[in-house]
Design a protein. Sequence first.
Length: 197
Amino acid sequence: MKTRIAALAAVALTGAIALAGCAPTGMGNMPGMGGGSSGSGGSSSSSKAFNSADVTFAQMMIPHHKQAVQMADMLLKKEGIDARVVALAQRIKDAQSPEITTMTGWLKDWGKSTSMSGMSGMSGMSDADMSALENATGTEASKLFLTQMTAHHKGAIAMAKTQISDGKFPDAVQLANDIVKSQTAEIDEMTQLLATL
């Protein structure tokens, strides 16, 4: 009996040593641990590694999202807009506004500027496009919004796919995946809506 207890104790001790030995190695290999931060570890984002692709993604997606919100606001102020298009515009605004806040927070945590120079070439709408939407009314405004937002979403998806392949910061890669999924679905929805207007 004593021999059996001693054997069980030895097995338990060996297991505990093995687990203890694995812990530091396992922690060191966790995604997002390591360099690229201030080292303070104060917030969840500052304790995870990031790279230049993450910074570029956030700096480009913020103005892109802001323009989408601006487009949605333009449409929401109009009279005589198809209720389905109004609902879609509100959903787009509700989804993208908090993402702007999130990405702005990342850039601040990383000590990076929240804006990027030379953003006139981003894959968004031109001033002429925005003016056309501002001046459109009724069904024409609904169709123009859907057409422009489809093109706008395609630009966001392209940026998100670059982030998925090149980014390092886990939360930014996750957001990019979410953007691809949600905006692809919205493009399908907008295509169907256009066909009924």
